[in-house]
Design a binder for this molecule. Sequence first.
Ligand code: ATP
Length: 352
Amino acid sequence: MTDAPLLSIKGASKRFGAVTALEDVSLEVGGGEFFALLGPSGCGKTTLMRLVAGFETLDSGRVEIAGADMSGAPPHRRPVNLMFQSYALFPHLSVFENIAFGLRRQGAGKTEIAARVAELLQIVRLEGVETRRPDQLSGGQRQRVALARALAPRPRLLLLDEPLGALDRQLREETQFQIKEIQRRLKTSFVVVTHDQDEALVMADRIAVMRAGRIEQIGAPAEVYERPATRFVASFIGQMNFLEGHMESGAFVGPFGRLPAGDDGLEDGAKAVLAIRPERLAIAPASEAAEGLRGVIEDVAFRGETTHFRLRLSGGETLRVSRGADGGRSFSIGDAARVSFPPSAARLFASE
Ligand code: ATP
């Protein structure tokens, strides 16, 4: 990220009748940053994007782009472009004409357009298909034409709304890396809207996790994964085990007995949950391990790189445990095992 934020949203609120779509949302996106808005359906992601693009107006708050207040600025006066999930390529126009579309509207000359389209075709690796129509392309190629078209007028900020929604799984993964590489090369700021945590984790420099019109956390992928700020973030990003318990004399009392709690602001007597990732749990055969909580393996799922176990504890709770391919002994359904974890691997949240 470079110094001054390219996009700055301050205290943005937006209601539609009785629905509060956004409540006091503030965030900044830096020049050249790849930022993701992540959250479940209906949390306000699209509304926020539409506000930035100028298709909605704020009830209160402010949107600034490159230091300029955007209130009252119509979409075409903002240094922003949008790429939607349904790419809406013009079916009757060639790839060349689709990419050239925004440039023609800007009044660019013939030579300039030809040079810019050629440059973009090279950037999105689509040289040689410029005379084809969209229906003569694969889904992944269409997606890249849409990206080239959105980038052609050189927006300072590109908003991508569920850009990979129309692609199948394998193509999505491939395209995630392509988009990221293109963004890195061009250094245009990208804001991608997604409800897919993998997509956000793979592509973005920073992620804002949204819920019901509010931002719950903003951070780098590793930060929101390893230090989720709320129980919601902990459950929304990655797999997580939650164990119920309560606070007593500065410790969390739950299935693992008493665990000293850090400075997490939970009061004595309060109900709390311990959150621990499946990969942070160590598992050993009960016959070989002296420490850890005892349970019985209820399910084993082999997933290539990892194996996942479901373990039922004697108290009835189940834990998901995952292990890498080289993670030692395997287990079968019905085996007795013990699980343990380093205290630093767990986090505590207030019960909701
Ligand atoms: P999705 O992932 O499903 O697109 P989202 O996170 O993008 O969801 P928004 O589309 O921003 O969510 O919607 C936020 C809330 O505002 C929802 O409750 C939605 O029904 C409501 N909403 C959005 N636009 C309008 C509108 N024009 N009129 C009324 N309600 C709206």
